[in-house]
Design a protein around this ligand. Structure first.
Ligand code: ARG
Length: 585
């Protein structure tokens, strides 16, 4: 099923051609949702941009389009307005028919993408033995949401965890491991070396203080590169330990990833440098091998280099990303690669993508996109830290959200004089806590910084997860109260839209497909959040104005269908954000 917007655009296009000739085929009739109900539901802006080309007044152009416009099956008679807009107002019968159609559709009228693409979402990607910090949390939440939406649209999505599991820091860690847990280098058994982050700190202290240790660390890097058995064994042990710690977070968040860390591309790095040389892009600069970037200069106006091999022969983060681009295009056949990292890496990606493009590694049919996001700030507006100034451990952050959700719940239960089982309380706290953290992140325009506030994200008011969950619970409460099985309402249930709040809700329900198409395109999850927030709000207004269970047939059934469609839309939309719903809370 084509979305209403697409149908209207097609018809506007046809009218344009009918009025002015075939050379207007392909001219995009800009159509936006009306900013004010006064202007109808949609406003087309075709005439203004054509005034010059046609040498006519925009209003006259708009009138000629309207004269050829055949949309009586969708809209009331269109009107020319203002300087030359065309106002379109949907017919009630059309809305009723559309609602009937989406009711019978498990996808609620959202068509799959016309062609399914192989897409890679590179997200989360923490670094081994270093803190998995709030930046990685944002990447995990946003990346998961993008992957879910692309999957829902029928794309073949590979969710890659590009963990930082390779590099010189391992020399230091392994040298330290050799000192404090010598058995770790030989034993076949997994070994628990406790908190890896603390281990990293101790190793760093040792490294900074002792030149002999630094040399030992360098030797371990050489041994690791050469594949020495005991060093490799120690490396695996460290990676394994980190992986277990990351997995706890992924389980809590219900996020799935395929791990393919930096080490995976290690054997491919020499070829990258060689091929850059063959392509004539490589330059020796103070012993390092670099590619000078076009359009990037330093303060002195000199071109900036992208280093691909350091003077000591080592490769780096950028070399690995270049190898990964080639692998993902050649072996994974990716047609779109999406990188979800903080905005601080924008220059890195711009540089890497430029070099890969100039080397001819990115075909015309492949799209590479960096999806940047802003910082997480504390309520004091500074970088998010614990009271003592340490980085917040993600595990603690999520546990705290769950614990606070639990306290809120218990307060509410007491006020309402309700008794609930332990199982119920634990489940509600878990879902509300995790949903709140995810939603707080996703509902912000990702490019801006966001202030992390438990109080705000757990509030029942405003654009929050609990508000949305509550609207969903309300829909389920109606079916419980009336003993209604929503599934049994049947596709033949007739929808009647009479009240303003019903019409407003109905129109909103029918815009889900447009919103999802937008997010698929611009990768901005907050648009979907905003849509769901508006939906909850419009549903609440409808519910305040229109009795459901107490009204007479056929209105009663029609309203029940509206409740059920709202519930299904909320559940689907929230699931695309990675949020779960509750039947009661
Ligand atoms: N490990 C990196 C970090 O923590 C993020 C990796 C992002 N992905 C990539 N292909 N570079 O900053």
């Amino acid at each position: 099923m084509n979305s209403t917007k697409e149908q209207l655009k097609d018809k506007l296009q046809q009218a344009l051609v009918a009025a002015f000739g075939t050379e207007y085929i392909g001219v995009d009739p800009i159509l936006v949702p009306a900013s004010n109900p006064k202007f109808g539901d949609y406003q087309a802006n075709v005439a203004l941009s054509l005034a010059k080309r046609l040498g006519q007044q925009p209003r006259a152009i708009a009138q000629q389009i309207v004269d050829k416009l055949d949309i009586s099956d969708l809209c009331k008679p269109p009107e020319v307005a203002g300087p030359g807009f065309i106002n379109l107002k949907l017919q009630t019968e059309y809305l009723e028919a559309q609602l009937n159609a989406i009711q019978a559709d498990p996808r609620l009228g959202v068509a799959k993408a016309k062609t399914s693409k192989r897409e890679i979402v590179d997200f989360s990607s923490p670094n081994i033995a270093k803190e998995m910090h709030v930046g990685h949390l944002r990447s995990t939440i946003i990346g998961d949401c993008i992957a879910r939406i692309l999957e829902f649209q029928g794309h073949d999505v590979l969710r890659l965890n590009h963990v930082g599991d390779w590099g010189t820091q391992f020399g230091m860690l392994i040298a330290y491991l050799r000192e404090v847990y010598p058995e770790a280098l030989t034993t076949a058994n997994a070994l628990d070396i406790g908190d890896l982050v603390a281990f990293y700190r101790q190793a760093k202290v040792r490294f900074d203080a002792d030149a002999a240790f630094q040399e030992a660390a360098r030797q371990e890097v050489v041994r690791l590169q050469a594949g020495a058995e005991d060093t490799l064994h120690a490396w695996k042990l460290l990676v394994e330990q980190s992986r277990r710690e990351f997995q706890v977070i992924y389980d809590l968040l219900d996020v799935h990833l395929v791990e393919r860390g930096e080490s995976f591309y290690n054997p491919l790095l020499p070829q990258v440098v060689e091929d850059l040389d063959k392509a004539g892009l490589l330059v020796e600069d103070q012993g390092a091998k670099v590619v000078f970037l076009e359009g990037f200069t330093n303060k002195e106006g000199e071109p900036l280099p992208l280093i691909v091999q350091k003077s000591d022969g080592g490769y780096n983060y950028a070399t690995t990303d270049l190898a990964a681009i080639r692998y993902r295009i050649e072996q994974d056949h990716a047609k779109r690669i999406i990188y979800v990292t903080d905005a601080g890496q924008s220059n890195h990606f711009a540089g890497v993508l430029q070099v890969a493009r100039r080397a001819g590694w990115i075909g015309d049919d492949v799209e590479l996109i960096h999806v940047p996001f802003g910082l997480v700030l504390g309520e004091d507006g500074k970088k998010f830290k614990t009271r003592s100034g340490d980085t917040v451990r993600l595990r603690d952050l999520l546990d705290e959200a769950i614990a606070r959700a639990r306290t809120d719940l218990e307060t509410r239960l007491e006020a309402e004089g309700r008794e609930e089982t332990e199982e119920f309380k634990a489940r509600v706290a878990q879902v509300v806590g995790i949903d709140a953290v995810k939603y707080a992140d996703l509902s912000q325009n990702r490019t801006s910084d966001y202030v992390f506030s438990y109080d705000r994200m757990l509030s029942l008011k405003g654009n929050t997860a609990p508000y949305m969950l509550y609207a969903y619970v309300r829909t389920q409460g109606i079916s419980r109260e009336g003993n209604i099985d929503y599934e049994q309402l049947g596709a033949d249930a007739k929808i009647l839209l009479r009240e303003d709040t019903e019409l407003t809700l109905a129109k909103h329900l029918l815009q889900l497909d447009e919103v999802i198409a937008d997010v698929e395109q611009d990768l901005m999850p907050h648009r979907l959040c905003e849509y769901l927030y508006q939906l909850s709000d419009k549903f609440n207004k409808f519910y305040e104005n229109c009795p459901v269970l107490k009204s007479e047939e056929p209105v009663r059934t029609s309203r029940l269908v509206l409740c059920n469609l709202t519930a299904r839309t909320l559940k689907l939309g929230l699931s695309l954000l990675g949020l779960q719903v509750l039947e009661r809370m």
